[in-house]
Design a binder for this molecule. Structure first.
Ligand SMILES: *[C@@H]1O[C@H](CO)[C@@H](O)[C@H](O)[C@H]1NC(C)=O
Ligand SMILES: *[C@@H]1O[C@H](CO)[C@@H](O)[C@H](O)[C@H]1NC(C)=O
Ligand SMILES: *[C@@H]1O[C@H](CO)[C@@H](O)[C@H](O)[C@H]1NC(C)=O
Ligand SMILES: *[C@@H]1O[C@H](CO)[C@@H](O)[C@H](O)[C@H]1NC(C)=O
Ligand SMILES: *[C@@H]1O[C@H](CO)[C@@H](O)[C@H](O)[C@H]1NC(C)=O
Length: 296
């Protein structure tokens, strides 16, 4: 079984701890058991320093290759949350920033296709920014979780790279629909939807409604980035309520220690003033389907 909140640094640096996370290195052990490559890949240091204020460790080194390489993790069956860390810059040993152009697949799923990480970072006006991408994949009994990085073959000097991989087991049916349940209906639709476990999911947005950005180091331990909601809200009415310290949590004992102190739960947005709750109005959020933003 995979030990969970670890981050695997895809490069040969010493294990290190940042943001309370033990980061293990891609060393000789991983090489033999978890790693396959067509031709030798290299571990190299970044030529610039990332602007990430959260944790710099995953972004100092990367594993890079002009041909396919695969990480193959023996995991328990069930749903896995996977986060891939990228720092688009030039790396030692001649890896130019503009030549990173690749896809990432996990068996049948294409997680990233013709991915140009620097384009994504530049689009945000933060060329030294880092990027992470998050997915959820279901693993059946006896399967391994494979991640294959394959450089585009359009040009021989295009390469693939990865700075870090993080993987967690998820509670069953947190995001996927239980096959025994009737599923859910979208507003205005009569059709029931299921998210079956033969789909892979990708994070598009994660909002802290009513509050500000929550940086990964201030998350409940999963290093998630919660973006403030305000730019997505399209209704003018409504109020933001901050009830820090005044709320009695009505959640189970088991969860309370985990969430009670967390800022995420201290704010909410109401469609109407609490005094006229009897007349609720709707809250409308609009999300564009854009390439994901880089994160701080
Ligand atoms: C995935 O879904 C199928 C069909 O509902 C079910 O038989 C199988 O056990 C599920 N696998 C896991 C790992 O939950
Ligand atoms: C990736 O995007 C950058 C722009 O940020 C560009 O300079 C570079 O040529 C692109 N690389 C490829 C392989 O398309
Ligand atoms: C993952 O990789 C292993 C080892 O190469 C392979 O045997 C397996 O078929 C791949 N796919 C899955 C889903 O386990
Ligand atoms: C590299 O991986 C991609 C995606 O899995 C695959 O389509 C391609 O055939 C692989 N290339 C080689 C040389 O094995
Ligand atoms: C985030 O965490 C840091 C300590 O790591 C703390 O100093 C800071 O106040 C926290 N910020 C928020 C908004 O909670």
């Amino acid at each position: 079984m995979l030990i969970l909140p670890l981050i695997i640094l895809a490069s040969a640096v010493a294990p290190t701890t940042t943001a309370h996370r033990m980061m293990i290195r891609h060393g000789p052990d991983i090489h033999s058991k978890l790693f396959q490559q067509d031709k030798p890949s290299v571990a190299a240091r970044a030529l610039t320093q990332s602007s990430s204020t959260i944790y710099s460790a995953p972004y100092r080194t990367a594993r890079l290759s002009y041909s396919n390489f695969t990480y193959s993790f023996p995991v328990t069956s069930g749903q896995k949350f996977i986060r891939l860390y990228f720092y688009p810059t030039s790396y030692e040993q001649g890896f130019d920033r503009s030549k990173a152009f690749f896809s990432v697949t996990s068996d049948a799923f294409t997680l990233l296709k013709d991915f140009n990480a620097s384009l994504t970072a530049d689009a945000d006006d933060d060329p030294r920014g880092t990027i992470f991408r998050e997915y959820c994949i279901n693993i059946d009994d006896g399967q391994r979780l494979n991640l294959t990085f394959s450089p585009s073959t359009i040009q021989p000097d295009f390469y693939a790279f990865i700075n870090g991989i993080q993987m967690l087991s998820m509670p069953t049916h947190l995001y996927y629909t239980n096959s025994e349940s009737a599923g859910f209906k979208l507003l205005g639709s009569t059709v029931h939807f299921h998210i079956a476990n033969n789909s892979a999911l990708q994070t598009e947005y994660r909002l802290n409604v009513g509050g500000n950005d929550i940086l990964p180091k201030n998350d409940t331990g999963l290093l998630r980035y919660w973006e403030t909601f305000i730019t997505y809200l399209r209704t003018t009415g409504g109020v933001t309520v901050d009830y820090s310290g005044s709320l009695r949590f009505q959640i189970t004992q088991r969860r309370i220690q985990y969430t009670e102190k967390h800022g995420l739960w201290h704010t909410m947005r109401l469609g109407n003033s609490p005094l006229i709750l009897a007349l609720p109005t709707c809250l409308r959020f609009i999300f564009a389907r854009l390439p994901q933003k880089s994160t701080p």
